[in-house]
Design a binder for this molecule. Structure first.
Ligand SMILES: NC(=O)c1ccc[n+]([C@@H]2O[C@H](COP(=O)([O-])OP(=O)(O)OC[C@H]3O[C@@H](n4cnc5c(N)ncnc54)[C@H](O)[C@@H]3O)[C@@H](O)[C@H]2O)c1
Length: 396
């Protein structure tokens, strides 16, 4: 597809979703990104990425992209054709719902600063019914939802090669957007599916809850194997041979985690409201059951000082939002009298000040008698210290 400098995309929120999509779109269109974090903007203006992924870093340095990061809302929103909102939607346990305030304030800004006919595209994950509510509140039909399915660790590659393009609108402008997004995709055969807005919101929450359910299922299989001294690997290998089940996404772990699965499952449960269900509640509860069971098994090993090897959810990620291993070690620390330290050379986010944090590996292994590792890597393979892991296949 050739470059079309007459189309302007504005992107609000330049985290994983916003920045990855900006990099893909900026190969073809003018893209202006805004983030409330001025440090992120200053870094991006210097072509430095706050996300430690090669795909994003390389794209940012390429002279083939038309991308401007700005801390001026006006510059970002004005004369825009498409406004993409990719700000956070954290789950708020007090209201039992997502906190959608950053999305709402971005919609407000969009309607104020770009009052023409730009389409407002929400990519943040939102509760079912949110778009209908916003369109009614602002007496417009310009707000639509296009769910994002990228994964942290490969956000640029996933944005450039989407598994599907879901457009939660049947408007003509949304049809045009669908064909634009298809043309920017590396996968020319990618399906573009137009749905109602509630349905698009449901697709996102049900997709993530299915993934969490699958992790929870193999983790419960693994708990059963561990509790009955069976080989988890032999069982999973045999179960997964069935093509309907498949040999993928079946590696046991300390629990599902990351930014999205824990919060999205809770939001779906909240949306079920008066609809009868058993599975969604079980998926939400399963992580805690798994955590408590693993803590018991670990303490049966009677460690004096436990070393946590990495707190990121994935082997190639610098991000430990809602990390299952971190939740497990917080639980052990709060409930039992065991010393804990953490080895993590790439701490970028959140506060780990409750723990002794070590970034030198030799120092880390010098005075611990048990290592906990959600995922194994070469560093751990030659050690003489016992390692507690449930990683069978050496993959995420
Ligand atoms: N991370 C993923 O893998 C993923 C995948 C699919 C969907 N999502 C969804 O996309 C949304 C964003 O997720 P993310 O991982 O990119 O988050 P992120 O935390 O990486 O990035 C969000 C960015 O928005 C900025 N921001 C916050 N409030 C703002 C505001 N009012 N105006 C402008 N900027 C603001 C923050 O400074 C941050 O840089 C969430 O709803 C999430 O559920 C995330």
């Amino acid at each position: 597809m050739s470059r079309n400098i007459t189309i302007k995309f504005s992107v609000i929120g330049l985290g994983y979703v916003g920045l990855a999509n900006s990099m893909v779109l900026a190969k073809y269109f003018e893209v202006v990104g805004f983030d409330q974090d001025k440090k992120i903007i200053a870094n991006l203006q210097d072509k430095k990425s706050h996300i430690n992924e090669d795909g994003i870093k390389n794209a940012l340095k390429s002279d083939k992209i038309n991308f401007l990061a700005t801390d001026s809302k006006k510059l970002c929103y004005e004369k825009s054709d498409y406004i993409i909102i990719a700000t956070p939607t954290n789950y708020d346990p007090e209201i039992n719902f997502f906190d959608t305030s950053s999305v709402e304030s971005s919609i407000n800004d969009a309607l104020e600063l770009s009052p023409d006919q730009s389409l407002i595209i929400i990519k943040s994950t939102i509760p079912i019914g949110f778009v209908k509510e916003m369109n009614a509140k602002y007496k417009t039909s310009r707000i639509i939802f296009c769910p994002e399915f990228l994964r942290e660790g490969s956000s640029y590659e996933d944005a450039a090669n989407p598994s599907r393009i879901i457009i939660g609108s049947h408007l003509d402008e949304a049809k045009e957007l669908g064909s634009i997004l298809k043309r920017t995709s590396n996968k020319k055969e990618v399906a573009v599916i137009h749905t109602g807005s509630d349905e698009a919101e449901a697709i996102k929450l049900f997709s993530n809850t299915y993934l969490a359910m699958r992790v929870a299922f193999f983790n419960e299989l693994d708990s059963f194997a561990l509790n009955n001294s069976l080989s988890s690997q032999e069982i999973i290998d045999g179960v997964s041979q069935d093509n309907r089940i498949g040999r993928f996404y079946n590696n046991p772990s300390f629990g599902y985690g990351g930014y999205c699965l824990p919060k999205d499952t809770k939001q779906l449960l909240s949306n079920f409201n008066s609809t009868p269900q058993n599975i969604i509640s079980a998926v939400v509860e399963s992580n805690k059951t798994r955590r408590d069971f693993l803590a018991k098994k670990i303490l049966e090993m009677q460690p004096k000082k436990i070393g946590i090897y990495r707190v990121s959810m994935k082997a190639n990620s610098d991000n430990h939002r809602s990390s299952a291993i971190l939740k497990l070690c917080k639980h052990i620390k709060d409930s039992f009298d065991v010393e804990i330290c953490i080895f993590e050379p790439e701490i970028l986010l959140s506060d780990l000040s409750d723990f002794e944090l070590i970034n030198d590996f030799e120092k880390f292994i010098s005075d611990i008698d048990l290592i906990l590792a959600n995922r194994i890597d070469d560093n751990l393979k030659k050690l003489n210290i016992p390692i507690f892991t449930r990683d069978i296949y050496n993959e995420n």
